[in-house]
Design a protein around this ligand. Structure first.
Ligand code: NAD
Length: 435
């Protein structure tokens, strides 16, 4: 099929590459000329395992191309996916200006007699589909189109396998013609397809991300009780998670959730529920617990180091999770910035995220020393803080780490290490919710 994706970021680019991989012809559109130039030159602007090969292979096979022209994309495609940002506003509600603009732009280039399915893949509040439909009609009276909601559930860090092998594909549609075309797009993935009305599809995404955030906050609240009682949250999580009704995933205590999705989607769902007159107070508690995790962590660090000013602190990890270069809303970055604000001398290492952290001005490289290896980060450190659970941190020479540190103190914000092993190696090791 001929497909167009508007917005070539984490969702749009990976979706485009995966659609091309299963045989569709895909045009990825972006209004960031630098991104389009880079992609046309074979450079992949984001790090996502497996993505580079996928893009190169499908560009070479002429199934995938990049442009800055929505008209080009819409002209050549039966189905037009929207995958632009939906950031939060100050009050937590979703900023829909990107979506509205794309809807107007699509309306501006739709030609008479050109039927198109306009698919919202961005995460949007319930009833956005109605607004997109109204907008396209307002700016193009004769347009022949249907709007579909097709929320995306990929996880950064494993976006390619998630897209190639999804748990489910949700298609929210009011038109049989559009539903049939959408089923045709996804048929090669052999995934379960759930067809719903548009409002339900939109709501599924916010409800799903809020539930996953709730699981994280739940286990973090349990971790605090474990700390107060001497129990071990990892054992408790194993014990809870072995119950098939609950499951072990997303029961990992630590610094809390971050990233470009969970914090904004929880905020959005709170705002949506308020606007609809059915406030979802449980989610306010989910947020409160999450926001308190970093305070608790820094508080425990302060309990040991007392004053943080002028202390040398090493931080391993900057991305919001491993296997991505995405540092948007990363708790690790917030941790670093809070330490810097207290006057600590922070040296940080991340396998993929340091460059974007500086490029996006989330870290000030004149205030944080960014180094090329984990070992470089620990020289003279009075504490090592593990902020992102990259696997490579497990394979360090810890005798060397200890030798280089001023004091062998580790605060593991992701419960990555085995406490017994770390203590045998001679570290004063502190984790979250573990004795
Ligand atoms: P992103 O910022 O990585 O990518 C968005 C892209 O859209 C950017 O390249 C930007 O230049 C482009 N863009 C903005 N306005 C445009 C316009 N008018 N025309 C053409 N291109 C335009 O964002 P993302 O992480 O891919 O997220 C996109 C949406 O998908 C959001 O709603 C997000 O909540 C949702 N989502 C994200 C993830 C994730 O893990 N990142 C997962 C599921 C859903």
């Amino acid at each position: 099929m001929e497909l167009c994706i508007i917005g070539s970021g984490y969702v749009g680019l990976v979706s485009g590459a995966c659609f091309a991989e299963i045989g569709h012809h895909v045009v990825c559109v972006d209004n960031d000329q630098r991104k389009v130039d880079a992609l046309q030159a074979g450079k992949i602007p984001i790090y996502e395992p497996g993505l580079e090969d996928l893009v190169h292979r499908n560009v070479a096979a002429k199934r995938l191309r990049f442009t800055n022209s929505i008209e080009d994309g819409v002209d050549h495609s039966q189905i037009v996916f929207i995958a632009v940002p939906t950031p939060p506003q100050a009050d937590g509600s979703v900023d829909l200006t990107y979506i509205e603009r794309v809807a107007r732009e699509i309306a501006g280039v739709l030609k008479p007699g050109q039927y198109r399915v306009v698919v919202d893949k961005s995460t949007v509040p319930v009833k956005t589909g109605e607004k997109v439909t109204e907008t396209i009609k307002r700016y193009n009276k004769g347009a022949d189109f249907d709007v579909v909601s097709n929320p995306e559930f990929l996880r950064e860090g494993c976006a390619v396998p998630d897209l190639m092998n999804p748990d489910r594909v949700v298609i929210g549609s009011a038109s049989q013609k559009a539903t049939d075309l959408m089923k045709q797009v996804y048929e090669p993935f052999k995934a379960p397809i759930l067809v719903t009305d548009i409002n339900s599809a939109e709501l599924i995404k916010h409800a799903a991300n809020s539930f996953l955030s709730l699981k994280i906050s739940y286990i973090n609240a349990v971790a605090a009780i474990c700390e107060a009682s001497g129990a071990d949250v990892e054992m408790v999580a194993d014990g809870i998670g072995m119950d098939k009704r609950i499951g072990r995933n997303f029961l990992n205590a630590g610094l809390g959730y971050g990233g470009s999705c969970f914090p904004k989607d929880v905020k959005a769902f709170i705002a949506i529920s308020k606007q609809l007159g059915t406030p979802f107070k449980l989610l306010e508690e989910v947020e409160r617990i999450n926001e308190g995790m970093l305070d608790r962590f820094i508080g425990k660090l302060r309990d040991v180091l007392w004053v943080l000013k002028d202390k040398h602190i090493a931080v391993w990890g900057l991305t919001f999770k491993p296997d991505t270069d995405d540092v948007r809303n990363s708790v690790a970055i917030e941790l670093v910035n809070r330490l810097v604000a207290e006057g600590a001398h922070v040296t940080a290492y991340d396998p993929k995220g340091a460059e974007k952290a500086v490029e996006w001005k989330l870290l000030d490289p004149t205030k944080v020393k960014l180094v090329p290896t984990p070992i470089d980060a620990v020289n003279g450190a009075e504490a090592l803080l593990l902020a992102t659970e990259w696997k490579e941190f497990l394979n360090q020479d810890f005798a060397e780490v200890k030798a280089r540190m001023h004091t062998p103190l580790i605060f593991d914000g992701r419960n990555l290490f085995n406490p017994g092993t770390m203590r045998e190696l001679g570290f004063d090791y502190r984790a979250v919710g573990r004795p």
